[in-house]
Ligand binder design. Structure first.
Ligand SMILES: Cc1cc2nc3c(=O)[nH]c(=O)nc-3n(C[C@H](O)[C@H](O)[C@H](O)COP(=O)(O)O)c2cc1C
Ligand code: SF4
Length: 486
């Protein structure tokens, strides 16, 4: 399974003249925002904020370095909208975050010579806990109910009280224990507890449709105050809004069931944001072209949503794929489930080891179908594609054949943040090419500062700006790409 099934193909790079005349480097428009090219760096979480969610010098380095390549649009990582602690993830759910975000905007303006348009991805996520130790879970977290006593009685046991029942459960083998627990209890024990949008018996989940539009709008207002050019609503992957769009959402309060009901809250969120911010701010979303899970939504659902979002007036539609909790691998005891470990996760960030088609442009059929549906419905909303887009001809073709209007590259931009500028300048031969084996993603999984394995080939060079290279706490990894070598 470790062998590379799809070696990264040789690439042909354009001359400066060819690049200047290309689609990739032609100007574009995202609603009110003009972009210098059709190039895009999608959101990537680098795990570099403070524990309170504030911008740090390391964050400024990270985005400054990405801005050096002058992509048309750079999207800042998934940023929390709530005013709750969430580890070193960026946050925008309070005015106190605005000064740090302002600094970030400033750095990107300077390092890109004012060329890159800066968007921020806004996210909401539900509670998720680490996989518990069996003893701790049975003794402390299992809520004992009469049905548990009945089930053990049927097996011939008669525990005196709840405490005795817990001790009895701890003596059972998996099969017997799982036969006594409910499906959701088994899931909590095996995978770690997590909230679902369908847990409407929980007041905080029932009220999501009432509170989320305001929370997203407040965070978007803060992003606007910080000077961002656009907001990307995170409606993709494993998080709250994607779970509302999911075909598995069967809430019965008008926000689940049919496609129309599933898209209702995302539309409410969009409208609340649009009403809150200035018309000069671009507002769009990232959503899934396919959930890639059993009984999940397929491209037909995504086409329906794309048209609904365009109809509502969104300025762009960024299409991703998979990245769900439902098919994630069981985490180790003490770790939290990570939504990029199952098939849906592999489709989200495809590697050279993926089964079937090569990862390079593998997901393009999804944005192509969504774009066609949106055009058919009479909307010109730009569509952004991602997934293994790593060379000029591939991207040029994707723009030409109607797959998308913007080409996004996450890992290739990480591997060599200057790659856009090199390509545009006729210096493609000097590009450091991503090897698509997901060393970076493994760091993300462990919530460690994300870096690229290729940067460490050049560990000694000073950082852009002349300072000594900033390294990870163990001194083994560069925290930013080395400066451009040519
Ligand atoms: C380290 C890392 C962090 C990521 N964080 C986010 C994120 O915050 N939000 C998001 O929508 N996608 C995130 N992604 C997914 C990428 O934006 C992109 O969709 C995916 O990597 C496929 O594109 P690529 O083949 O160009 O890398 C992340 C990817 C990586 C590698
Ligand atoms: S770590 Fe590997 S997969 Fe990630 S950007 Fe670098 S080369 Fe690409």
């Amino acid at each position: 399974m470790n062998a590379s099934k799809h070696p990264v193909p040789e690439a042909r790079w354009p001359s400066q003249e060819e690049a200047a005349a290309s689609r990739v480097f032609s100007p574009g428009r995202i609603g009110p925002v003009e972009t210098s090219s059709r190039t895009w760096v999608p959101a990537m979480v680098p795990w570099r904020c403070t524990e309170e969610g504030f911008v740090t010098p390391e964050i400024l380095d990270w985005y400054g370095r990405l801005a050096d390549g002058r992509p048309g649009v750079l999207v800042v990582e998934a940023t929390g909208i709530r005013d709750i602690p969430s580890g070193p993830l960026m946050r925008a759910g309070h005015e106190r975050f605005v000064p740090g975000l302002q600094e970030l905007v400033q750095v990107v303006r300077e390092r890109s010579g004012g060329e890159t348009r800066l968007f921020i991805q806004l996210i909401d996520f539900l509670t998720i806990r680490r996989r518990p130790e069996r003893e701790a879970w049975v003794r402390r977290f299992l809520s004992v109910e009469p049905r548990h006593h009945e089930a053990v009685r049927a097996l011939g046991h008669e525990p005196a009280d709840d405490g005795a029942l817990r001790e009895l459960l701890l003596t059972l083998e998996d099969e017997a224990l799982f036969g006594i627990l409910s499906e959701s209890e088994v899931r909590d024990l095996e995978m770690g507890y997590r909230e679902h949008v369908t847990d409407t018996h929980l007041p905080n989940i029932a009220e999501l449709p009432d509170v989320l539009p305001g929370l997203f709008a407040d965070a978007a207002g803060n992003a606007e105050a910080a000077g961002f050019d656009g907001v990307e609503l995170h409606f993709a992957h494993a998080y709250t809004m994607a779970s509302f769009l999911s075909a598995k959402n069967d809430r019965d309060d008008g926000y689940g069931g049919s496609r129309e009901e599933r898209v209702r809250l995302p539309l409410d969120v969009y409208r609340a944001v649009r009403e809150r911010v200035d018309p000069a701010l671009a507002v769009g979303c990232r959503f899934l072209g396919d959930e890639v899970i059993e009984d999940g939504g397929r491209v037909e659902d995504a086409c329906h949503y794309g048209v609904a979002f365009a109809e509502a007036g969104m300025d762009f539609l960024s299409v991703s794929k998979g990245g769900k909790f439902e098919d994630a691998k069981q985490p180790k005891v003490g770790a939290a489930v990570y939504p990029y470990t199952g098939e849906s996760g592999h489709e989200c960030m495809p590697t050279v080891r993926i089964e079937g088609a090569a990862p390079f442009g593998r997901n393009l059929p999804l944005p192509r179908a969504i774009r066609a549906a949106v055009r058919e419905a009479g909307h010109e909303t730009p569509v952004v594609a991602a997934g293994g887009l790593n060379e000029f001809d591939l991207m040029e073709r994707a723009l030409e054949d109607g797959s998308c209007d913007y080409v996004a590259a996450a890992r290739q931009s990480l591997a060599d943040p200057d790659w856009w500028a090199k390509m545009r300048g006729g210096e493609g031969a000097t590009i450091e090419r991503c090897v698509y084996t997901n060393y970076c993603e493994a760091l993300d999984q462990r919530h460690q500062q994300v870096t690229c394995q290729l940067w460490d080939k050049d560990k000694e060079s000073r950082d852009v700006g002349g300072g000594a290279p900033r390294l990870s706490p163990d001194g083994k990894r560069r925290l930013t790409a080395p400066p451009r070598s040519s």
